[in-house]
Design a protein. Structure first.
Length: 211
């Protein structure tokens, strides 16, 4: 494992399992006797995702506000939620908290909100934030029919930002499998040739950190 991991986890959509994978990665790293923390820059709606990675981090952060500096109560994209609530997302606060975590932990795993192009402001999206915080990006995919298009589009956007693809996690959100979920890995290996691509089957509770 390389030292001082600073990884951004993005998804091909909302609800693909970013928090689930973040939690598994934190557990895997901590078992190797390294400190690790999850960072959720922006949460919209409830704070369940931030609370989970707060509990999964070790040593425990000083407060949930440190690992989740911006919490918008409206369950919508950050731009929509901020407009509804009449407040701007404090990007400087996010960057300060991220740097504080990098100074305090061996490994920082940053979890995005929704997908790569989700807007934070009219001219600034999740991908822009990822480019400012991290150099390596992991894509989490809901492995089903339609995943290829979303994954390839996300990969192209990451590449266009000049960032490195750390890998792809094909997450089986539902227990049922279709033909696409079986063939997606092979196709993505042919089209993208990522440095790492793994399947996380429905119900799995452990992941071996492979990068």
């Amino acid at each position: 494992m390389k030292e001082s991991l600073n990884l951004f986890i993005t998804g091909t959509d909302t609800g693909v399992g970013k928090t689930f994978i973040t939690d598994l990665l934190l557990s895997s790293i901590i078992k190797k006797n390294q400190s690790a923390v999850g960072f959720k820059p922006i949460s919209c709606g409830d704070r369940n995702d931030a609370e989970l990675i707060f509990k999964s981090s070790y040593p425990e952060p000083s407060s949930i506000d440190l690992i989740n500096p911006v919490h918008l109560k409206t369950p919508a994209a950050p731009l929509a939620a901020s407009l509804i609530e009449g407040r701007e997302v404090d990007l400087d606060l996010i960057k300060r908290h991220h740097q504080e975590l990098k100074n305090s932990y061996d490994n920082v795993i940053v979890e995005g909100a929704g997908g790569w192009a989700v807007p934070i402001t009219a001219k600034y999206c999740i991908g822009d934030l990822a480019a400012e915080l991290c150099s390596d990006v992991l894509i989490v995919v809901d492995n089903k029919l339609g995943a290829l298009n979303k994954t390839i589009l996300t990969y192209n956007a990451i590449r266009d930002k000049g960032l490195r693809l750390a890998g792809i996690v094909l997450n089986h959100v539902e227990p049922e499998r279709d033909t696409a979920s079986i063939s997606n890995k092979t196709i993505l290996e042919e089209v993208i040739n990522p440095p790492m691509i793994i399947d996380i089957l429905h119900g799995e509770t452990e992941i071996e950190y492979p990068f």
